[in-house]
Structures are given as structure tokens and as C-alpha cells.
Design a protein around this ligand. Structure first.
Ligand code: PEP
Length: 250
């Protein structure tokens, strides 16, 4: 088993009105109780962060954002700074999700700037990496993930280990219902760990698996020695299924 407490994070993507976000957050808080089996975070859309912050205040649920810009403030229309996320109550932020890379031109270089800015502001970055189906079928999975990890996390301070989280999310498994097998995920997680010798402190960097995690497959994935939690998309939009995944981490 892994040496660190597992983290189950829900990525709500571009879903939920304010009322829906409050209801979902309340359902999670109520179902979780005071002493959950894992650390828990939810990442609502920007518009719902303040509302969800009120619901999760004083509970074990941490608030995360789905993206961040690297500048502190200024003429950057549409962007949100790390300081603003801290101000609204976030303690973590997802960076470099494959949907950001695919639809919004995110690169390893922009990921790196965002990770550094997030850490500087006191946020814990959840940095997403993962290969496309074509890259896996061409036998390039480890090469792609190595580039994303090394370039996305270049030059981080050694004390980042305790706050940094990496999410291995094979692109072909996100939102497709096609999950990596526990063995496939474990192979990449163990490989990622070898890429971070400078961050190999205590506690170790948590590496989450993401890609069609459900209550049915969560326990087998989370039992792997290098899988320290899950980043959950679709199944985090219903309190019952998200809670069942958290229970599987215990
Ligand atoms: C995600 O968006 O990070 C994700 C893993 O989505 P899903 O669980 O729906 O595949």
C-alpha cells in the first residue's frame, strides 16, 4: 500500500449551475461525515467556487479550481490568478488537464509557469499528464509522459513535494468509459515516480489515476502500490457515486 493518505478529487468540468453546485457539494459533505477514508477535493467551475466554498467551509472537503493563470493581476481579460483562487477559498488547482491542452492550447511550458505560480501563492497543484490513444498504440506512452513531467515540473523547489500532486490521465480513458487496467496504470505511475528524484522527499508526491474511474473499478485501481488516489470526472457529478469512490479508498 502507498505510504500517503489517498486523495480523491472531483473535476466537475463545465457543469453545474449555482444551485446544482450547492446541492452536489451539500450531498458530498453530508455523506462524507467528519472522518472520511481519504482526503477529498472538489473542483467546481469558477462561477461556483464562492458558493461551494461556503458549503465546504469547516468540513473535510477541500476546494480546488480547474485552471489558473500565472500572473498575479493585470490586463489579462478572462484570466484568474492564483491569489484570487486563494482568496475565494481554494487550496488546490488542477493544471494541464488534457482538455485544456486539447482545446485551449496548453503546453508543457505554460503548465510549468502555472505550477510555479500556484506553488508561490500557496496552492497545491494537481498536474495532469497522459498519452493519447495514438501515442499509446505507437508505443510512446512512457516517452510522452516523461516529457510532460520533466518539462511541466522543471525547476520546482524541493519542498514542493508535500503539496504537488500528479494525475496520470490517459487521454483515451477520459470520459470514454474505457479505463486503464490497474496494471497499465501502475506501470506508468511507477515510471513517473522514477522521474522525480529531486522531489523524492517525505511525504512522497501523490500520483492520482484519472480516466473513467467509477465505484466499480476504483478499489482495484486504488489497491496498486503507486496509485495514491483518483481524479474523477463524470462520476464526481453525483454525490452517491463520488462517495462510493471515496469509500473504495479506505
Ligand atoms: C477527468 O476529467 O479528469 C476525468 C478523469 O474524467 P472521467 O472520470 O469522466 O473520465
Amino acid at each position: 500500500m502507498s505510504e500517503v493518505r489517498k486523495l480523491i478529487a472531483g473535476n466537475w468540468k463545465m457543469h453545474t449551475t449555482l444551485a446544482e453546485a450547492r446541492e452536489l457539494a451539500r450531498g458530498i459533505v453530508q455523506g462524507l461525515g467528519a472522518d472520511p477514508q481519504a482526503e477529498v477535493a472538489v473542483a467546481p467551475p469558477y462561477t461556483a467556487l464562492a458558493a461551494v466554498a461556503e458549503v465546504v467551509a469547516g468540513t473535510p472537503v477541500n476546494l480546488a479550481a480547474q485552471d489558473v493563470f500565472w500572473e498575479e493581476k493585470g490586463a489579462f481579460t478572462g484570466a484568474i490568478s492564483p491569489v484570487m483562487l486563494v482568496d475565494v477559498g481554494c487550496s488546490q488547482v488542477i493544471i494541464g488537464h488534457s482538455e485544456r491542452r486539447q482545446h485551449f492550447g496548453e503546453t508543457d511550458a505554460t503548465v510549468n509557469r502555472k505550477v510555479k505560480a500556484a506553488l508561490k501563492a500557496g496552492l497545491g497543484p494537481i498536474v495532469c499528464v497522459g498519452e493519447t490513444l495514438a501515442e499509446r498504440e505507437a508505443g510512446h506512452t512512457l516517452q510522452v509522459v516523461e516529457r510532460q513531467v520533466k518539462e511541466g515540473l522543471a525547476g520546482l523547489p524541493a519542498d514542493a513535494a508535500g503539496r504537488l500532486v500528479i494525475a496520470y490521465e490517459p487521454v483515451w480513458a477520459i470520459g470514454t468509459g474505457r479505463t486503464a487496467t490497474p496494471a497499465q496504470a501502475q506501470e506508468v505511475h511507477a515510471f513517473i515516480r522514477t522521474l522525480l528524484p529531486e522531489l523524492a522527499g517525505t511525504p512522497r508526491v501523490r500520483i492520482l489515476y484519472g480516466g473513467s474511474v467509477t465505484p466499480d473499478n476504483a478499489a482495484a485501481l486504488l489497491a496498486e502500490p503507486d496509485i495514491d488516489g483518483a481524479l474523477v470526472g463524470g462520476a464526481s457529478l453525483k454525490a452517491a457515486s463520488f462517495l462510493a469512490i471515496i469509500a473504495a479508498a479506505g
